[in-house]
Ligand binder design. Structure first.
Ligand SMILES: Cc1cc2nc3c(=O)[nH]c(=O)nc-3n(C[C@H](O)[C@H](O)[C@H](O)COP(=O)(O)OP(=O)(O)OC[C@H]3O[C@@H](n4cnc5c(N)ncnc54)[C@H](O)[C@@H]3O)c2cc1C
Length: 466
């Protein structure tokens, strides 16, 4: 065979891909990055991300608990034990981090108190992270090809030798010693969502990029890669009911509405349907999008009274928000579009009567101020809804990314159906299956992409003795 044109091809130009490219370069490989989006829209979900990053001080327990003990022990061990080191590596690549004063902290007795185990975010959010990593990749000689869509893997039955792409209206075969797939899940593909997540998922809004349509997964499955993880599961949260079909870079993640633990959620019948205060939003929001999708009409209103309005996160203050305000509950009931006013008032009466007034309210700890004898219960941060003005925000389900992916080993190399390594093929980011099941702790996506991207890049560079 002729000498390949490149040592490593990386598919995608989000966080995982850029980490893979930088890492492969660090290990001496020549690297080309293929991105199907035009440069103005490149960067995938990583660019939409708020930029919060969860790395481990303590251990793996949170991920085990949240995934109902399904998470793959090898992968989660890698993710957790390498997370801090990878944050330091990212800093060495030019990424900058700042404390999350706005969303994950509040002032108690004049001092900032951080909650949810998330004190750090990328400076400039996900967009800032992508910008600094893209700049670093350019400076280090990584070639970036935009509007270049990977179509299929060049595979001789034994090893992957490159990628067939469409670029400028032409097909081209690019050859390489190794390929890293880091081109996201299938969240932006309505047909695949319906096929794998189930009926109704075609109706979800996509929080991020329109370009993650499952191409990388399809290409790998076509050559016998082993699917792994929670293929019927995804990360999805409450998202403005009138948000557009796909994410908008100018708005970023601000259509999300994550302060529901401070109020109640009601559906079209005016009924509550989840424990809004089961935990900090970081540990419930990613599964509550599904709960909203399951309600009649796929929407829910978040309702708050004056006691907590000053605690609402900054995203509640954006201009493009579906919000109503009223001075009485009866007036509010008439303003909640598509909601039974009678049902809503009945729910609030029952809720107010069930709130435990004997436990103090503390938004920064799991305060145990719950309800008594109510179904569903509210376990923490339960306050009566009785003090005007009242505000309510309409949400629907916004899908973030899909959990199903490829089976990889501890080197991020893709395995086939016989659990054998596919020579020359690696995967990172949303494409790695087996980490998230049912739920997700906020801030884990970017760190997972960085940990497995860095690993995949290094393994790909080494795969032919570079
Ligand atoms: C609104 C929002 C907020 C979020 N906030 C956070 C947060 O604060 N913290 C956190 O940790 N996570 C957050 N996440 C999740 C996080 O963004 C993702 O988990 C992570 O960025 C995924 O990185 P990735 O590199 O795997 O994929 P992506 O960043 O999505 O990159 C995939 C890339 O592949 C490209 N691509 C797709 N198909 C092809 C093809 N055929 N050929 C070439 N290129 C292709 C896409 O254009 C894209 O650039 C958020 C996500 C969203 C949508």
């Amino acid at each position: 065979m002729d000498e390949p044109e490149h040592d490593v091809i990386v598919v995608g130009a989000g966080n995982a891909a850029l980490c893979a490219a930088l890492s492969a370069r660090e290990h001496g490989a020549s690297v080309v990055v293929l991105e199907c989006a035009p440069e103005a829209e490149a960067g995938g979900n990583s660019r939409f991300a708020g930029g919060v990053m969860r790395f481990a001080f303590d251990g793996v327990d949170d991920l085990f608990r949240l995934t109902q003990y399904r998470t793959d022990p090898t992968l989660v061990e890698l993710l957790v034990t390498r997370s801090l080191d990878t944050m330091i590596w990212l800093r060495g690549q030019g990424a900058r981090f700042v404390p999350i004063y706005g969303r994950q902290a509040g002032k108690v007795g004049g001092r900032w108190k951080f909650f949810g185990g998330l004190p750090i975010e990328a400076s400039g959010g996900g967009a800032g992270l992508v910008q600094s990593l893209t700049g670093a990749a350019r400076r280090r000689g990584v070639e970036l090809l935009y509007e270049t869509r990977a179509l299929s893997l060049l595979w001789d039955g034994v090893r992957v030798n490159g990628v067939r792409v469409r670029s400028g209206g032409k097909l081209r075969d690019l050859t390489a010693r190794a390929v890293v797939l880091a081109c996201g899940g299938f969240e932006a593909n309505a047909e695949w969502r319906t096929r794998y997540l189930g009926p109704g998922w075609e109706l979800a809004k996509v929080r991020g990029t329109r370009f993650n349509t499952g191409d990388g997964l399809r290409m790998a499955l076509e050559i016998g890669a082993n699917p792994f993880g929670n293929w019927s599961g995804c990360h999805a949260c409450g998202w403005d009911r009138n948000a557009p079909e796909f994410g908008e870079l100018a708005v970023g993640d601000q259509f999300e509405k994550h302060s529901y633990p401070l109020g109640i959620l009601v559906n079209g019948d005016g009924r509550r349907f989840v424990d809004e205060g089961a935990d900090f939003h970081s540990f419930t929001y990613a599964k509550y999008g599904r709960a909203v999708l399951e309600q009649p009409g796929q929407f829910a209103w978040q309702v708050f009274d004056a006691k907590v309005l000053h605690l609402l996160r900054p995203e509640y203050g954006i201009q493009r928000v579906t919000k109503v305000r009223a001075q009485t509950l009866e007036e509010l009931a008439t303003k909640l579009e598509d909601v039974s006013a009678e049902g809503f008032l009945r729910t609030v009466r029952a809720f107010n009567a069930a709130v435990r007034g004997d436990v103090p309210f503390d938004p920064y700890t799991r305060d145990g101020r719950g309800t008594v004898g109510l179904e569903p219960a509210k376990s923490n941060w339960a306050n009566t809804i009785d003090q005007p003005p009242f505000e309510a925000y309409a949400t629907t389900c916004g899908i973030t990314f899909t959990f199903g992916g490829l089976r990889v080993d501890g080197d991020a190399q893709v395995l086939d159906h016989d659990a054998a390594k596919i020579a020359g093929l690696y995967a990172a980011g949303e494409m790695v299956g087996g980490i998230f099941y049912f739920n997700y702790p906020s801030g884990a996506g970017l760190v997972s992409g960085a940990v497995f991207g860095r690993l995949a890049g290094a393994s790909a560079a080494r795969s032919r003795g570079i």
